[in-house]
Ligand binder design. Structure first.
Ligand SMILES: NC(=O)c1ccc[n+]([C@@H]2O[C@H](COP(=O)([O-])OP(=O)(O)OC[C@H]3O[C@@H](n4cnc5c(N)ncnc54)[C@H](O)[C@@H]3O)[C@@H](O)[C@H]2O)c1
Ligand SMILES: O=P(O)(O)OC[C@H](O)CO
Length: 332
């Protein structure tokens, strides 16, 4: 992804000037669990925050016209509609866009930042992702996240908007890697929720998490991410958070299936969006087309499609051909 359509030096100057001014106007798009938690974080700092959702009566274009930062926290299915609205809106020249969605678009296989980049290319884009269970953040518990951009100044600007005593924010220059860590772990959280639901034990769970990280990196490399990004907060960090907490909606889906619920029943009892279900479909399409080996995600996909039982998924993973661990060549 290359940022185009603006002068980086001119923009840097404007962003730096803006960082020095006192009150920042921030618009959060999406009033679900994550949009609300992000609004709460920004409010702790010296910012004027407004939230817009598709239920709002006000016009999004009018709302964002004076925003220094526009943060999208909608589910993947809403990203293109929202980006199209902003495509025609008149934004402040220095306005920074932030994508906080963790998903893949069903029709195109694109990441949220790729959608934003293609539709609103004249503004710097920052991806925000990390081990961030919204309920813990709303309770003021300590957490850390990553803001990643090809534009360092934009990333620093967003770092300052969010950072507080209880929320530590790191910058990073690999937005696609940061974004995919958050997206792909959702499929794995379904597998780990099912593993816990079956009470398969800590050895099984640890093996599942460690082997899954390898397949996440394989997919990340295909998308152009830096492999090392996945060892950080937005990769391993978020994988651990989501696979170790029953606050995770994706984990809850896997756990419920292990209790004998159908996928529809599992989704119905989860509050909010479990992106991993759609991500599994898109990921398998990509991996089939590009011949990327993603065995854990493939078993999750087949389980969700009803092609196999959970017991068959466990047996299938355990009975795969024996092979070297081969950490030197993650693309194999
Ligand atoms: N909740 C968390 O802990 C958390 C943390 C980090 C990232 N995320 C990610 O943030 C995103 C939102 O998650 P959430 O927990 O807020 O989900 P949620 O279900 O609570 O809210 C979803 C939001 O997206 C909006 N939306 C959905 N479809 C839309 C459409 N077609 N057009 C416009 N808007 C639409 C909804 O109105 C709502 O505001 C997901 O991608 C999720 O993976 C969530
Ligand atoms: O509730 P989940 O499974 O969408 O996970 C929430 C966040 O992505 C954890 O970082």
């Amino acid at each position: 992804m290359v940022q185009t359509g603006y002068s980086p030096l001119g923009l840097t100057k404007i962003i730096m000037q803006n960082m020095k001014s006192d009150l920042k106007n921030v618009t959060i798009i999406g009033s679900g669990a994550w949009g609300s938690a992000l609004a709460d974080l920004v409010q702790r700092n010296d910012c004027h925050v407004q939230i817009w959702s598709r239920q709002s009566q006000s016009s999004l274009a009018a709302l964002v016209s004076n925003s220094d930062a526009i943060i999208s926290a909608v589910s993947i299915k809403g990203v293109r509609t929202i980006a199209e609205k902003l495509q025609t809106a008149k934004l402040l020249p220095h306005a920074v866009l932030v994508s906080a969605t963790k998903g893949l678009e069903p029709t195109t296989g694109k990441t949220p930042s790729q959608i934003w980049q293609s539709l609103v290319p004249n503004h710097p884009l920052v991806v925000l992702s990390g081990p961030n269970l919204s309920k813990e953040i709303m309770e003021g518990k300590p957490a850390a996240t990553v803001v990643a951009s090809y534009n360092d100044d934009a990333a620093q600007f967003i770092q300052n908007i969010f950072a507080s005593r209880n929320f530590r924010v790191y910058t990073n220059s690999d937005p696609i890697g940061v974004e995919l860590g958050g997206t792909l772990k959702n499929v794995i959280a379904i597998a780990v929720g099912a593993c816990d639901g079956l009470n398969l034990g800590t050895n099984a769970k640890s093996a599942l998490i460690a082997r899954s990280l390898i397949e996440i990196i394989r997919v990340g490399v295909y998308f152009g991410a830096q492999p090392e990004t996945f060892w950080g907060l937005s990769g391993l960090g978020d994988l651990l958070a989501t696979c170790n907490s029953n606050l995770s909606r994706n984990y809850q889906v896997g756990y419920a299936i292990a209790q004998g619920l159908s996928l529809d029943e599992a989704i119905a009892q989860v509050q909010g969006t479990a992106e991993g279900v759609n991500t599994a479909n898109v990921l398998i399409e990509i991996s089939d087309r590009e011949k990327i080996s993603v065995p854990v995600s493939r078993y999750v996909y087949r389980l969700l499609k009803g092609e196999i039982t959970l017991q068959q998924a466990v047996e299938g993973l355990m009975e795969r051909d024996l092979k070297p661990e081969n950490l030197e060549n993650l693309e194999l």
